[in-house]
Design a protein around this ligand. Structure first.
Ligand code: NAI
Length: 488
C-alpha cells in the first residue's frame, strides 16, 4: 500500500507532546502514512491569521482531505471564534463521531461493577445554536437562533445508519427534545425515521434527551449508537466520556463528505504543558479512528491491541490508573505501547470490523454546494401572518390597542406572548414578563399576505412601539410553519 498523505497540526499546549507520542507509535507500527505538518492554532492566530490557520495550511487540508490535529487554544476575548469550531464548520464535517468504551486498567464505577460500556455517539456538528447567531434584542433580552435543517439532519442520520450497517451495530437511537421543540427537534426526529426506512435490518428508536441522560448513567450498556443534535450531543458525549474514565479516553472524528478531522476531545491542558506528563490516549484513539476511516484496519487493530494490553497491565500516566503504581511520563507511556506492539489483551480485544474505506481525496467543487430537498409537487406556500418582536416595558394589554389601530380588514391580532407564554388576550397575572414581547398577527378569511405588506405594517407599528424583528408565519400546504405559544 502506498503511503496516504495527511495534514497534521500539532496544536497548542500539550498538543505537540501528545502528537509526537502518537506519531512515534504510528512509525513504530509502520503505519503507511505520510505527514504534512501545517501551521494552525493560537500562535498563527497571534500572527494575524483570523481563522487560526495559514493559507498553506488551508490548501494542505483541502488537498489531502484529512486533518489530524492536536488541541488548539481559543484566544480569549469577544468576537474571536474557536479555531476548532471554525475548522469543523468551514470544511462541513457534519457528523461528529465519538466512541466510548470501557478500558481495562481505567477504573470507573461501571468497570468496578462489571458493566461493560461500548457506545458510539454521533452528533450533528454544524447546525443548532453553534451557528453562534446571537443578538441583543433589548438591553435585557439576548436571542440565539437555532437552525436545524432537513439536508443537515439527513446527512448526519445517513452517516449514523451507514456506519451502523458497515460496522455491524444493531440499534440506532435518536435522542431529541421534540416534545418541546416541535419544529426543530421535530424535523430532526422526522428525518431520522425517514432515513431509518432504508436500513430495515437495524432497529431504530428514539428517546427524549433528558431520559437518555438518566438511562446513560443507570444502564449505559443498553445503548449502541445514539444520534443527536449539536448542543445536546455535545453535552451527552461529555457525559459518556465520564462513564469510561474522563476526557483523556474520548476520541473524536469529525466526518465530512470531502474533509474529515480527527482530534482528541480534551483541550490544550495549559496547566501541564511542557512537562511531558500528558496522557496521549485520547489522541491515539482518535488516530485509530482515522486509520480505520482510511481503511488501514490491520495497523489500527495492531496498535489498539497494544494500547489495550498496556492499559490492562496497569501502565498509566499521572491522570488515571492505580496511584499505588508509579506513573509514566508521556514518552515512556508511548514507548511501552510500542514495546507491546503484537501483544493482545486477554479480554476485550480491538473490535474487528469488516468495513472498507470510503475515503476519497477531496473533489474540489467549482462553487459552494447548496443543498435543498425535493419539494412536494403542488404544495402551496403562503404567508398567513407574522410574529413581530417588540420592545415594551409595560404590560401586554397596552400593546394590543397600539397594534390593532394599524391593522386593516385582512389582519387580526391573535395573541401576545412573553418569553413564549401567552399573556394576551388571556393569561395569568402570575406570568412574569420582560421587556420583549411577541405580537402574533394572522390573516383573515384565507387572505394570503405578501412580504411587502408585512414589513410595511411593521414599519407603521414601529412608529409607536419598537419592532426589533419580524418573522413571517408561513404555511406549506396545510402545514403551519410555526409553533403555538404556551397556553395558546
Ligand atoms: P482541558 O481539557 O485543556 O483541561 C481540563 C483538565 O484536564 C486540566 O486539568 C488538564 O490538565 C486535564 N487534561 C486535559 N487533557 C489531558 C491529557 N491529555 N492528559 C492529562 N490531563 C489532561 O480544558 P480547558 O482547560 O477547559 O481548556 C484549555 C484550552 O483548550 C482552552 O483554550 C480551550 O479553548 C481549548 N480546548 C480545545 C479543544 C480542541 O482543540 N478540540 C477542546 C477543548 C478545549
Amino acid at each position: 500500500m502506498s503511503n496516504i498523505k495527511i495534514s497534521v497540526a500539532k496544536g497548542d499546549g500539550i498538543g505537540p507532546e501528545i502528537m509526537d507520542a502518537v506519531i512515534g507509535i504510528f512509525d513504530a507500527a509502520q503505519v503507511p502514512l505520510q505527514y504534512e505538518f501545517i501551521d494552525m492554532g493560537k500562535s498563527i492566530y497571534d500572527k494575524g491569521f483570523g481563522t487560526g490557520m495559514t493559507e498553506d495550511a488551508k490548501n494542505s487540508v483541502e488537498t489531502n482531505g484529512i486533518l489530524f490535529k492536536g488541541p488548539m487554544e481559543t484566544p480569549k476575548g469577544k468576537g474571536v471564534k474557536s479555531i476548532n469550531v471554525t475548522a469543523r464548520k468551514t470544511w462541513s464535517t457534519f457528523a461528529n463521531r465519538r466512541h466510548f468504551r470501557s478500558l481495562e486498567g481505567v477504573n470507573t464505577v461501571f468497570s468496578k461493577a462489571g458493566i461493560p460500556i461500548d457506545l458510539t455517539i454521533v452528533r450533528e456538528n454544524i447546525e443548532d445554536t453553534y451557528g453562534g447567531i446571537e443578538h441583543m434584542l433589548t438591553q435585557d433580552v439576548a436571542l440565539c437562533r437555532r437552525f436545524i435543517t432537513r439536508p443537515g439532519s439527513l446527512q448526519v442520520h445517513k452517516f449514523a445508519f451507514e456506519m451502523a450497517r458497515k460496522e455491524g451495530f444493531k440499534k440506532v437511537t435518536c435522542a431529541h427534545k421534540a416534545n418541546i421543540m416541535k419544529l426543530t427537534d421535530g424535523l430532526f426526529l422526522e428525518t431520522f425515521y425517514e432515513v431509518a426506512k432504508d436500513y430495515p435490518e437495524i432497529t431504530a428508536n428514539d428517546i427524549i434527551v433528558d431520559d437518555l441522560a438518566m438511562k446513560l448513567v443507570a444502564y449505559p450498556q443498553t445503548f449502541e449508537v445514539v444520534v443527536l443534535t449539536n448542543l445536546q450531543g455535545d453535552i451527552m458525549s461529555d457525559l459518556c466520556a465520564g462513564l469510561v474514565g474522563g476526557l483523556g479516553f474520548a476520541p473524536s472524528a469529525n466526518i465530512g463528505e470531502n474533509i474529515s478531522i480527527f482530534e482528541a476531545v480534551h483541550g490544550t491542558a495549559p496547566d501541564i504543558m511542557g512537562k511531558n506528563i500528558a496522557n496521549p490516549t485520547s489522541l491515539l484513539l482518535s488516530g485509530l479512528m482515522m486509520l480505520r476511516h482510511l481503511g488501514i484496519m490491520d495497523k489500527a487493530n495492531l496498535i489498539e491491541n497494544a494500547l489495550l494490553y498496556t492499559l490492562s497491565q496497569g501502565a498509566h500516566t499521572g491522570d488515571f490508573g492505580d496511584k499505588s503504581k508509579p506513573s509514566l511520563n508521556t514518552t515512556d507511556f508511548a514507548n511501552t505501547i510500542i514495546a507491546n506492539l503484537g501483544k493482545d489483551p486477554e479480554n476485550n480485544k480491538a473490535r474487528e470490523t469488516n468495513s472498507t474505506s470510503t475515503f476519497h481525496l477531496p473533489t474540489r467543487p467549482n462553487n459552494q454546494k447548496v443543498m435543498f430537498t425535493q419539494r412536494e409537487a403542488g404544495i402551496n406556500e403562503s404567508i398567513v401572518g407574522a410574529d413581530l418582536f417588540v420592545e415594551f416595558n409595560s404590560t401586554a394589554d397596552l400593546i394590543a390597542p397600539i397594534v390593532q389601530k394599524h391593522l386593516n380588514e385582512n389582519f387580526k391580532l391573535i395573541m401576545i406572548s412573553n418569553r413564549g407564554t401567552q399573556v394576551w388576550p388571556t393569561g395569568s397575572v402570575f406570568t412574569e414578563c420582560v421587556d420583549q414581547y411577541r405580537v402574533r398577527i394572522e390573516t383573515l378569511n384565507g387572505y394570503e399576505a405578501n412580504t411587502a405588506e408585512i414589513y410595511e405594517l411593521a414599519g407603521k407599528i414601529s412608529k409607536d412601539i419598537l419592532v426589533t424583528s419580524v418573522e413571517l408565519l408561513r404555511k406549506f400546504g396545510d402545514k403551519p410553519g410555526y409553533s403555538l405559544a404556551q397556553g395558546q
